[in-house]
Ligand binder design. Structure first.
Ligand code: IMP
Ligand code: MG
Length: 175
């Protein structure tokens, strides 16, 4: 059991299990993208640990870039509109692999994929460490998933609770 601010969390997935699963995904990506030079787009902040573990085990010629998603005050009926900060790389004609920490409702990812597709890439695939299938609100095709988890709040391995817990080397779930 660990405490972060007012909440208690219990261990969910150990570092060893996380890292062996990431190694499997890296091997799949290495096979699937043989002969291509994909561009990994890492969604900050949460995906930083997953991304570093994944890309260092991927035996490909590749490029890596980082973005943030900022909600701006203008909202539409569908909810908050999110703007991509930092995407100045040339996407056109590239094989894109988005690296995300978690797909929860999927709304963030759906918007991101749409915005990247507008830049005419050759392909777009999603790699997410975690996925909560029961929370999904919009259909989304995820090519690489580390773990499907229950619809409960988790921290660690890059994911935070109010800014804290990202440095934990394993995943914890709200007790
Ligand atoms: P979505 O648009 O609902 O899929 O939101 C995804 C984003 O919400 C992720 O990129 C995370 O930053 C955050 N998030 C969703 N679930 C959790 C969780 O259990 N722990 C920490 N952050 C989460
Ligand atoms: Mg995130």
């Amino acid at each position: 059991m660990i405490n972060i601010l007012d909440k208690k969390f219990t261990p969910l997935i150990s570092r060893e299990v996380i890292e062996s699963r990431i190694a499997q995904i890296a091997a799949e990506i290495t096979k699937d993208y043989e002969g291509s030079c994909p561009l990994f787009i890492v969604v900050l902040n949460g995906a930083f640990l997953f991304a570093s573990e994944l890309v260092k085990r991927t035996a490909l010629s590749c490029e890596i870039t980082f973005i943030r998603l900022a909600s701006y005050s203008k909202t539409m009926s569908t909810g908050s509109v999110r703007e991509i900060i930092g995407l100045d790389d040339n996407i056109t004609g590239r094989d894109i692999i988005i690296i995300e920490d978690i797909v929860d409702t999927g709304l963030t990812m759906a918007q991101l994929v749409k915005q990247i597709e507008n830049l005419n890439p050759a392909s777009v695939a999603i790699a997410t460490l975690l996925h909560k299938p029961d929370a999904l609100k919009t259909p989304i095709e995820i090519r690489y998933t580390g773990f499907d988890i229950e619809n409960k709040f988790v921290v660690g391995y890059g994911l935070d609770y109010d800014g804290l817990g990202r440095n934990l080397d394993a995943l914890y779930v709200l007790a």
